[in-house]
Design a binder for this molecule. Structure first.
Ligand code: AHR
Length: 559
């Protein structure tokens, strides 16, 4: 581990540990209490739950890319142009909307030219952040684009702001998006890709207060503005509209700050590297600068937020074989992200009440003890039913903030931290977290519906948590979808569901649970935590949904 990353992680941990303490103070009455009935307020539809909230993050870290996604064209593992087919199929099944790449801390040391052109001529570099592993650069820009096209996802590129130059970043975007006869487009065509790629998002650096810098918020804003100004997307479908200087001449002459310029609705969105957990300084400084900008010179469309769930201490919480107190502690800590998001949203509201700028939670998830026998800096950890519940709780929080939170990227997609998929050679297993992402597909681009609900209280010793967490939405299929999570590790619970104005005859869908909260899927036993079909029929006009202990249930209402 480099000292910069170490500082970065510890800074993140310190902030989160303080946050966790606040979160650990019981916010609910200390006595256990059953939940009440749940009312789905269909007449009060809220914001659209942007499908990008279900985004992924893939970093050059451990076996996240090499082995996990890329096996090479000559591998015996079935692949298409070097990208493993089993992983592609699994990711297509959860309809991954967007992938953030190439880091993480790795991004601010990544030089894209190392990873384009003939494979046998690519240089080998050292991944200084992640265990000093040799980076063969065989998975570079064109391979990443191929991968996203194979799984049907959009692209979120982390630009190297830390150790790269503006020219390097601008040239990278030109390589990906320019059209002939621009030399950059000809170079891409010579590498086999005539058509320009689409880049939906760029991240302007990563953790600039830590491994990407470190910079003070003011230092970062000075740097970030220039990247936001000079790094262009040239794809004709995404390019910014030409500026009509005549129309804005008066504003330019008087130096009056403009509110906005016409934007391409399909234009690339720029995400400033934002806060470390609950530290408000980056959000405040970036938003203040944004408010007084002239968009002709620079603009952004999002600010990122990173917050991990560590448990009491980073790297120390067991990923399996834990007791109920440890189970509840991690759930309590993860729910602290609600306060963090509310706090940053409030700052953003001061400067941007119309919510033009998205809060992008582009790194989140549980960060636990490494899997025994693995390189600790490869960040491989087991993934249990508890992690599936963590995923559901976080997605529910993001959905409740869908008006501001418009993309998130769980860390990470394959073999790293709270992963979707684990691989070992030709073997592959889907984690409990993966199953939650699959069950939640109907919530992608669905319209949030507020609930009225007394969640009840689940107590473990001195810890008090909500017993049940729930969200509802009207899916793009027109159906009303509900997700209900029973946090209680000991008790099942029945939830009467009322939907005023709707005759709900039944609810059907899937439940995810297991004998214990720490059960994992393994290569030998891959189906220990997999969803099972459930159906609840209304009786005498009353619909009741039964939730087993430590479970996630997703159902659609049958009218
Ligand atoms: O996801 C692992 C690391 O966590 C990322 O590289 C970095 O941004 C964060 O500290």
């Amino acid at each position: 581990m480099t000292s910069t990353l170490f500082k970065s992680v510890i800074t993140l941990a310190k902030t989160t540990a303080v946050a966790a303490l606040i979160g650990a103070a019981p916010v609910y009455a200390a006595d256990a209490k059953a939940p009440g009935s749940l009312t789905v307020n269909v007449d009060q539809a809220g914001a659209v739950i942007n499908r990008d909230i279900f985004g992924q993050f893939a970093e050059h870290l451990g076996t996240g890319i090499y082995g996990g996604v890329w096996v090479g064209k000559d591998s015996k593992i079935p692949n298409v142009r070097g990208i493993r087919s089993d992983v592609v199929k699994a990711l297509k099944d959860i309809k991954v909307p967007v992938v953030r790449w190439p880091g993480g801390c790795f991004a601010d040391e990544y030089h894209w030219r190392d990873g384009v052109g003939p494979a046998d001529q690519r240089v080998k570099t050292v991944n200084t952040t992640w265990a000093g592993a040799v980076e063969p650069n065989t998975f570079g820009t064109d391979e990443f684009m191929d991968f996203t096209q194979q799984i049907g996802a959009e692209v979120y590129l982390s630009i190297n702001v830390g150790s790269g130059t503006i020219k390097e970043a601008a040239d990278w975007l030109a390589y990906m998006t320019a059209v002939a006869p621009a030399t950059a487009a000809m170079e891409r065509a010579a590498n086999g890709h005539k058509e320009p790629y689409k880049v939906k998002y760029i991240g302007l650096g990563n953790e600039m207060w830590g491994c990407g810098g470190p910079f003070t918020p003011d230092e970062y804003v000075t740097k970030m503005k220039t990247f936001a100004h000079f790094v262009h997307n040239h794809n004709p479908e995404q390019a910014a509209p030409r500026i009509d200087y005549g129309a804005i001449a008066k504003d330019l002459m008087t130096g009056k700050p403009m509110d906005s310029l016409p934007k391409n609705p399909n234009g690339m969105k720029r995400v400033a590297a934002g806060p470390n957990s609950s530290d408000p300084s980056y959000t405040e400084t970036i938003m203040k600068a944004w408010k007084t900008r002239s968009p002709i010179y620079w603009d952004i469309e999002g600010i990122s937020l990173h917050q991990y769930t560590w448990g009491p201490m980073p790297f120390s919480e067991p990923a399996t074989d834990f007791n109920e107190t440890q189970y509840a502690t991690v759930l309590l800590h993860t729910m602290h992200i609600e306060k963090t998001i509310s706090m940053h949203s409030a700052i953003m509201d001061k400067y941007d009440p119309n919510k033009n700028i998205a809060l992008v939670v582009d790194e989140w998830g549980v960060w636990l003890k490494p899997k025994p026998g693995t390189e600790p800096m490869f960040l491989q950890q087991e993934n249990s039913l508890r992690d599936a519940i963590v995923a559901a709780l976080n997605i529910n929080i993001f959905a409740r903030h869908a008006d501001r939170v418009r993309m998130t990227n769980i860390a990470q997609m394959v073999n790293v931290l709270q992963t979707m998929i684990m691989t070992d050679g030709k073997k592959m297993v889907l984690t409990p977290t993966y199953q939650v992402y699959k069950m939640y597909v109907p919530f992608q681009d669905a319209q949030f519906i507020p609930l009225s609900f007394d969640a009840g209280v689940y107590t473990v010793g001195k810890l008090a948590l909500p017993k049940v967490d729930a969200i509802a939405a009207r899916g793009k299929d027109g159906k009303i979808w509900l997700s209900l999570t029973n946090l209680d590790a000991k008790n099942a619970v029945d939830i009467p569901v009322k939907v005023p104005g709707v005759k709900a005859k039944a609810a059907r869908g899937e439940v995810l649970t297991a004998k214990r909260f720490d059960v994992i899927n393994t290569f030998d036993k891959p189906n220990e935590v997999t969803p099972k079909a459930v159906k609840f029929k209304a009786a005498d006009g009353k619909l009741v949904i039964s939730l087993p202990p430590h479970s996630v249930t997703v159902v659609q209402l049958v009218e």
